[in-house]
Design a protein around this ligand. Structure first.
Ligand SMILES: Nc1nc2c(ncn2[C@@H]2O[C@H](COP(=O)(O)OP(=O)(O)O)[C@@H](O)[C@H]2O)c(=O)[nH]1
Ligand SMILES: [Mg+2]
Length: 259
């Protein structure tokens, strides 16, 4: 891997939490973060938008009032989930960023293991896998489970990796890496893009087990048809040049180095 995207050590994590319609789940997520990894967290960056419900906004405001500078709130300009996380990537101050949800589908109890692995592998992406644990999908239909398995196998073979879960958007990544990649997707396929573009750049990806449990509060913003966009992202990136994946400034640095 080129040193423009390698990282010497883990210093602190910026935890990115997009919020749409979560209240109790958001509070529980933050309670566990503070309980387990407070000393490793630089800040919790909550991203909201104009569609975030008034109840969720009130919860965010309460959290800000009680936690002070530990929580930063950003109102996104780009649309959708990808837009929210892309803007948070650019704002991150920690050496690493954590991608997770506020609906408890990304089990906050796994966060400590994610961060511990990032400390020993600072240049790698550490990502959660629902296929590395017994009953990793709770409240997921049988048909979706079969499609998910086939999708994972197809892209693991296509990318020549042993990964079992490339679409579970619960991971920790080096900030320098995410800030140097040219992101394209705005909707949920962005979550897959955050794994395949680094893979194409030769970044190491480590999986740890975690359970996904269907949310009990609010509703998902994903739709069945949006899942097909994942194929476009995965196929296009597999054959993209490294140059097209990196931002322009980084390409210039790389070519200066090779002169
Ligand atoms: N700020 C923001 N948050 C979003 C948006 N779409 C989804 N989220 C949040 O991102 C997380 C994951 O989204 P979700 O709709 O549950 O997707 P799914 O788990 O893939 O079905 C949840 O915590 C949502 O509230 C968005 O457009 N803006
Ligand atoms: Mg969800």
């Amino acid at each position: 891997m080129n040193d423009t995207i390698s990282v010497d050590r883990f210093e602190s994590a910026t935890i990115i939490i997009p919020v749409m319609n979560e209240t109790a789940s958001l509070e529980e997520t933050i309670r566990i973060i503070l309980r387990d990894v407070k000393d490793r967290v630089d800040e919790i960056l909550i991203v909201v938008c104009d569609r975030t419900t008034p109840e969720a906004m009130a919860t965010v405001e309460r959290l800000c009032a009680s936690l002070g500078s530990m929580v930063r709130v950003h109102t996104q300009i780009l649309p959708f989930l990808g837009g929210a996380v892309r803007e948070a990537f650019d704002m991150a101050r920690g050496s690493h960023v954590v991608m997770m949800a506020s609906d408890l589908e990304t089990d906050p109890n796994t966060l400590k293991t994610l961060i511990d692995n990032a400390r020993t592998h600072p240049s790698a992406i550490v990502t959660a896998s629902r296929w590395r644990v017994n009953k990793g999908f709770q409240g997921y239909s049988k048909v979706k489970l079969l499609c998910n398995w086939a999708f994972q196998r197809f892209f693991a073979v296509l990318y020549g990796v042993r990964l079992t879960d490339m679409t579970f958007a619960y991971r920790i990544l080096p900030t320098k890496l995410v800030q140097n990649i040219r992101w394209e997707e705005l909707r949920h396929a962005f979550l897959f893009e955050t794994l395949v573009k680094p893979l194409r750049l030769g970044v190491e990806v480590i999986e740890i087990p975690s359970v996904w449990k269907a949310r009990t509060e609010g509703k998902s913003q994903n739709t069945f048809l949006l899942n097909f966009v994942y194929f476009r992202t995965g196929l296009r990136t597999r054959f993209a040049s490294r140059k097209s994946i990196l931002k322009l400034g980084i390409q210039a640095q790389e070519s200066r180095r090779s002169i």
